[in-house]
Design a protein around this ligand. Sequence first.
Ligand SMILES: Nc1nc2c(ncn2[C@@H]2O[C@H](COP(=O)(O)OP(=O)(O)OP(=O)(O)O)[C@@H](O)[C@H]2O)c(=O)[nH]1
Ligand SMILES: Nc1nc2c(ncn2[C@@H]2O[C@H](COP(=O)(O)OP(=O)(O)OP(=O)(O)O)[C@@H](O)[C@H]2O)c(=O)[nH]1
Ligand SMILES: [Mg+2]
Ligand SMILES: [Mg+2]
Lengths: 290, 278
Amino acid sequence: QLTARISGILGSFGNKKLTESNVRDGMREVRLALLEADVAVKVVDDFIENATAKALGEEILRSVSPTQQFIKVIYDELVRVMGGAGQQFSLRKGKLNILLCGLQGSGKTTTAAKIALMHKKQYRFLLVSADTYRPAAMEQLRILAGQAGVGFFEQGMKLNNPIEIVRKARSFADENGYNGLIIDTAGRMEVDDAMMKEIQQISKLVKFDETFFVADATAGQSIVQTVSAFHAQFNLTGLVLTKFDSDTRGGAALSVKAVTGKPIAWVGTGEKLEDFEIFYPERIASRILG
Amino acid sequence: LFRSRKTEKEFYDELEEILVTSDVGVTVTRSIVDSFRELAGRQAITGGEALQSAFVAFLEQLVSRVVAPEIGGPGMSVLMLLGVNGSGKTTTAGKLARSAAESGRSVLLAAADTFRAAAADQLAEWSTRAGVPLVRQQAGADPGAVVYDALDAARARKHDLVIVDTAGRFHNRENLVRELQKIDKIVRSKLAEGDRYYRMIVLDATAGTNAFTQARSFHEAVPLDAAIVTKLDSSARGGVILPLIADLGLPVFRIGVGEGVDDLVPFEGTAWVHSLFE
Ligand SMILES: Nc1nc2c(ncn2[C@@H]2O[C@H](COP(=O)(O)OP(=O)(O)OP(=O)(O)O)[C@@H](O)[C@H]2O)c(=O)[nH]1
Ligand SMILES: Nc1nc2c(ncn2[C@@H]2O[C@H](COP(=O)(O)OP(=O)(O)OP(=O)(O)O)[C@@H](O)[C@H]2O)c(=O)[nH]1
Ligand SMILES: [Mg+2]
Ligand SMILES: [Mg+2]
């Protein structure tokens, strides 16, 4: 455990301050813990640099052990980077257009239905599948929309052009009193130029109030490169982290947050549509630190 | 990634960066590098460039330690795919069915994911692409019952390869692991003399070190014969392959390199090792 490792290193210091030398020793353990949690190397290095600056110049409090104080500096900094305690994400009122994007298998289709279920009292949702690639992707969303008790754009199932589907869905939503539009897209990699061009085109067809990158909480080091590319090519407004019911420490959450600066709105905690929660930085911070 | 003309310290620093950013994991990286340092010491290898080529050779030797099984035998072969949600099992089942059918085998697909929305429909489309029959039941059916029926059908129609697709599940979900063990038990109960049974975990190359935790955990629950690592067409390098081979002794049977029916290829250790340093 990180606390045990830190106390082994900081042990008993009688100094009034956390000195540069014992902070550096402690940070080496923190760095290891963050890498073991799958936080991206570059994000770890930046975090350690900022946390070190915060730790130095901390007066040692008489009421807590140096270890507790050091850990608190780390924990507080992690919570701050993850969005700060007490910060709550909220969707705009009135008409709402949401675009979901992300890597293959990250949980976008399931998340589309989860978002709708969570907010169906505030909006009349139409779920749209713009995934013309994955076998039975549209059928999957159709079934989930039914389970969530929200609308599904059935006409899209006969079309084979994502651009055309989104255009027709937008008109259909307007003409039929849907004030919540959620567009589910095919999984894609940032290294696939054609697919990145497609999602860029889709992002211009509708005035999207939210564009969420849906990331798997078990993602590894390359998530940084992926989400940077997505964010650079068309503005993400938020993040959703799925599969937090796994035993991953979830360092990917820190990575995607650090790289985009965008809020993590929700986390997926299971396969059922109810397994969807508001994101709390404190919980994820403790989990990442192990 | 490996620059030429470097000091030993530069070499070891770069090496740790390459391995960790490839998702080998920091703990496994340190133990691999420690073993290499010991070997380099014993063989008196010095200088950045010499260490570099020695390390590549060291990894090539490591990954060749285990050999992937050949699917086949006198009787019927059953290949069960398992793994966490979204790793690529269903797609891989389709690709495997296609390549086996192309090499002349009589293949049957079994849709043992009776839980997730449109899972059987997804596999049905793949069975069409592969040109092989599919056994499926209604949504919510018992996955064990699907497997039981599939193996009866395979026996009756003399199929020589049954590919079983299972529902995604996390290794820390006890009830789901127990369900998998139940499916496994049913398969084993239907095997006859001469039949072969292969259990393979499908791992997502874009996952972090949890991929290794998955492999280790599932291997304890249901002894695995090999892994298939998917999505290697991404920017991820699949570093999980090193601890998979070194710590679990599990070979990599195939790698997934895309979403098309032909995008599943044999794992070539040397080529993969070199890709880490590109
Ligand atoms: N355990 C768990 N499984 C999840 C979660 N979210 C999604 N899943 C599962 O992950 C798998 C993939 O989910 P999908 O919704 O199909 O993912 P996707 O991003 O739409 O996939 P593509 O369209 O192929 O890119 C499914 O088995 C889902 O049930 C979660 O929070 N926890
Ligand atoms: N680019 C790429 N995509 C892949 C690869 N293998 C699978 N996929 C995609 O990953 C997504 C998930 O694949 P599935 O086959 O549904 O995964 P699964 O393990 O069966 O998912 P669940 O049954 O929900 O647990 C789909 O969009 C696939 O097309 C691969 O090697 N490369
Ligand atoms: Mg989808
Ligand atoms: Mg599947």
